[in-house]
Write a protein that binds this ligand. Sequence first.
Ligand code: WTA
Length: 648
Amino acid sequence: MSEQIFNPNPEFAKDAAINSMDAYWELQNKAIEDYEGYWKGFADEKIDWIEPYDTVLDESNAPFYKWFSNGKLNVSNQCIDRHLADKADQDAIVFEGDKGDVQNITYAQLSERTNKMANLLKNKFGVKKGDRVVLYMPMIPEAAYAMLACTRIGAIHSIVFGGFSAEALKDRIEDAEAKVVITADGAFRKGKPYMLKNVVDDALSQGGESIESVLVVKRNNEEITWVEGRDHNYNELITEESAECPFEPMESEDPLFLLYTSGSTGKPKGVQHSTAGYILWAQMTMEWVFDLRQNDVYWCTADIGWITGHTYIVYGPLAAGGTTVMFEGVPTYPDAGRAWKMVQDHNITQFYTAPTAIRLLHKTGEDEPKKYDLSKLRVLGTVGEPIDPPAWKWYYEVVGNSKCAIVDTYWQTETGGHMISPLPGATPIKPACATFALPGIMAEIIEEDGTPTPVGEKGFMCITKPWPSMIRTIWNDPERFKKSYFGDCKKDGEPVYFTGDGAMIAEDGYITITGRTDDVINVSGHRMGTAEVEAAIKKHDSVAAVAVVGKPHEIKGEGIFAYIVLKCVDDACEDLKIEINKVIKKEIGAIALCDAIAFVPDVPKTRSGKIMRRILRSIVKGEAITQDTSTLEDPSIVGAIEKIVKEA
Ligand code: WTA
C-alpha cells in the first residue's frame, strides 16, 4: 500500500486555490528565485496594513530574524473588522457544547463580544500593550473572544491547556509574569461538569504573585470559591462594557502570544510568536492546505491550549474569513458517531484531527461514519504525529468515501503553521506521507554538516531559510532559543533551524517524517519532555533515579514508560506505582501519567553518568539490543532490566 498514489479529485481540483503540481512549482520556484519578493507579494495582498513595513526580511541579527519591520497592523482587525463590510452576518464561529447545545456567532457578534472583552481587560484590569494574560479555559467561544481581545489591545496571551495541573499552571504564570488569568468555573465533558477555577485557586495559593485579577466565565454554574477583590464575574461585568474598542496598532514584530511547549531538556519553554509573520502564514496555509472557500464550514478538533487550536481553530480560519467550529466535548460521546453526526449536522467541509483520534474513532466505531451524511466533506486533515497506514486507509476510504483529499500536515508549535503537507487540489498523495514543503518553505533533510542525506535514509528535518511564522525566541531565554533550534545543524557553515524530527526523502522527492530524534515523547499528539516527567517522578520520596521513554501504544501512538530505581528495593509494589502517578498528576497533569512502570536495580549509564535511553527504548519495544554496551558503567544491567520488563 505504501507505494499507492492517490491523485487529487479532478472535480475538486478545478476550483482549488492551488490546483496542479505545475502551479505548486511555479510558486516554489518564485520563492527560490526571489525569496523576499515572493513573501512581499503575499504580505501586500493578504494583510490589512495600518502602516507599511520597510524591510521584508532582516537577517542582521540571526537567528533573531525580523519580518516586515516597522509595519503596523492588528490581528483582531485582520480576523474580524476587515470582514465586517461583507461578512457581518456570516457565522464566524459555530459552537457545539458537550450536551449538543449550539451557538452560531456571526462576525458582527464576534466583533461586539471581542470589543467588550477588550474594554473589560483594558478598563477594569488595566491591561496594557505588552502585558501577559494567561488563559486557562475550556473549549467555549469566550476563549476565542479572550484571545482576540488580547490581540486587540496588544496584550500577549499565554494559553495553558486545561489538562495541566495547578503546579504546571503556576510555573507558566510565573515564567510569563502574567497580570491576569482568564478562566471559567469549568465546563462539560461526557455529560458531566468538570472544574477549572479550583485549579487556578490552587495555582495562585502556591505562587503566581504577579496576578492581580482573575476573570471567571460562568459555563457550568457549579459552585466555586471566590476571592473578593481578585476574582471577577465575566458574565456580569461584560454587560457594562461598550462594544467599541479601537484596535491598537501593533508593530510587525511585537509578540502576539506565548505558548509553552516541552523540549528535550529542562522545563517547558515559552515559544514566542510575532504579529505579522504569524498571521500571514496562518491565513495563507488556511487558504491553501484546507482550500477554504465561501460557505465552507471548517472543523478542527484540537484544543485551543495547543498550537493547532491557536492557528487552525482561531487565527487561521478567522483571518481567512471562514466559519470555524468549536466543540466542547469529546468525539466519542455520547457514542462513537458523535463526530460524524456533527459533520452531518453542520455541513462540515473540512475536518482536521489527530491520528490518535482517528485510531480511536476507527477502533470504537469502524462503520459509524456510514450512518451519517458526510457528503459535504472535501478535505480531511491530520496532524501531531506520524499517521500509520491502516488508520490513514480507514480515514480515506470510510470517512472520506475515497473522494476527499487527506492532508497530512507536518509542523510544530515553533513553526506557527504548516511546513510540509499535501495541497488537496494539487499533490498526488501517498498514504501516511507529508509529501512536499509548502510553497515558500525551504525544507531539507540533511546531516549535521549540511550535506543532503542520501535518498531513503533517515536525516535531520531542517528548515534552511527563515520563514514568516517562525518562533522568534523563547520568552526570557534567548540563549536557549539559539541552542535549542540553531545548535545542531549547519548549512554552508551557518546554523539552520532543526525541528528535532527525523525524516526521509524518496527518489521522487516525497518527504516522510519518521518522528523525534530527541528525548521528546509524543503522547496522543501531545509533546512531553522526558526530563519534565522525570523531574516530576523524582519528587516522590522513594525514588532514587528514573528514566522515561516512549512505548508504542495502539491508540495514543506513544505511551510513557518509566524505569524507576528505588531508594529501598523492598518498597516496590503496585500501590507505589499508583502513588508515583499521583505525583505526576499533581506536578504536570493527567496527560503525563505513566502507562507502565518497571522497578529496576539501576538504569544503564555511561561512565560519565549519561543515561542510555536508546537501550531503554529498545528494551521496551522488545527489540534486540544492537548498541554497544561495553561503554556502560555496568553492562550486566541491560540483561537484568530486559528480564524484568519481559516478566512484567
Ligand atoms: C510531530 C503540533 C509526523 C513532530 C502541530 C513535531 C508530526 C511535533 C506531524 C510537534 C505529522 C506533527 N507527521 N509527525 N503530520 N505533525 N508531528 O509542537 O514530531 O505539539 O515535532 O505541534 O509533532 O508537536 P507540536
